[in-house]
Design a protein around this ligand. Structure first.
Ligand code: MLT
Length: 277
């Protein structure tokens, strides 16, 4: 089913907004946040496997999927505020397990840094805590300008799609590569431009890692060239109660490319956070 909040009962006071989501399964809540410029469908293999024992809520972040794509500016902190507001609207104010991939991981790190009481377990997949270095930031802003000029997301598809997957996925899963490309093409131009600016301007969260007080699972594709294992290892080492799982034959989209080992690691982790679920 989709979201359970009642839009009419809400006071749309500030800049934040309610997000669309998939909401499946019984039990303790697990919130999943997708990468750029995708949407909640990237969790297709997790919804079934995890959703048999947990309530999986996969949000479409601002500007992506079925959620509204307003004019910018967007920020990673603002996207985290959208998640909090949406959970509040669903009356889910108790601590949740929070997972995010890449951009979703940046949003998750923002959320736990600013609302630690809302999180009882953290899953960081194919992501990083650091900000963009100046050259990466400039490339990002240039890409945003190209998308605005083209009035379509093709510049992003061309720049990102070849780098998202492992050599194994590219060789054997042309269907998956094509589907992800289509998903990227469907993301609204305003959403892509807004998110690129948010990514370029995001703060460095490295200093917050030592303050993460909840059990943390980190997952990275062995062949991830966007957020590589070396970087994920260094990040995980700074989180007090964290474990890193490296997934063979996966690139930047490990949950889509190799769902079997990802789901196994996630379910084992959830079992430690919720031993009685
Ligand atoms: C993502 O997958 O969300 C992006 O690769 C994030 C980024 O480019 O930093």
């Amino acid at each position: 089913m989709t979201n359970r909040w009642d839009r009419a009962s809400l006071d749309a006071g500030d800049d934040s907004m309610l997000l669309e989501c998939d909401d499946v399964g019984p039990g303790p809540v697990v919130v999943l946040l997708h990468g750029f410029p995708l949407d909640s469908t990237m969790w297709e293999h997790q919804k079934g496997a995890i959703g048999s024992r947990y309530r999986v809520i996969a949000f479409d972040l601002r500007g992506h999927g079925r959620s509204v794509a307003p004019e910018g500016p967007y920020s990673i902190d603002g996207m985290a505020d959208d998640v909090i507001e949406s959970l509040d609207a669903m009356n889910l104010t108790h601590p949740i397990v929070l997972g995010g991939l890449s951009m979703g991981g940046y949003v998750a790190l923002s959320l736990i840094a600013r609302h630690p009481e809302r999180v009882k377990g953290l899953m960081l997949m194919d992501t990083r805590a650091s900000a963009d270095p100046p050259d990466a930031r400039a490339t990002r802003l240039e890409l945003a300008a190209q998308v605005e000029t083209a009035r379509n997301t093709e510049p992003v598809v061309g720049a990102m799609l070849p780098r998202l997957f492992s050599p194994t996925t590219r060789a054997r899963r042309g269907d998956l590569v094509a589907r992800v490309g289509e998903r990227m093409r469907r993301t609204p131009v305003l959403g892509v431009v807004g998110a690129l600016h948010a990514l370029a301007n995001r703060p460095d969260r490295t200093a917050d890692l030592a303050r993460i007080a909840v059990p943390t699972l980190a997952i990275v594709g062995h062949d991830d060239v966007i957020t590589p294992p070396t970087e994920m290892r260094a990040m995980t080492a700074k989180i007090p109660n964290a474990r890193l799982v490296e997934v063979a034959d996966a690139g930047h989209l490990a949950p889509l490319e190799e769902p079997g080992p990802v789901n196994e690691a996630v379910l084992a982790f959830l079992n430690t956070v919720h031993p009685t679920a």
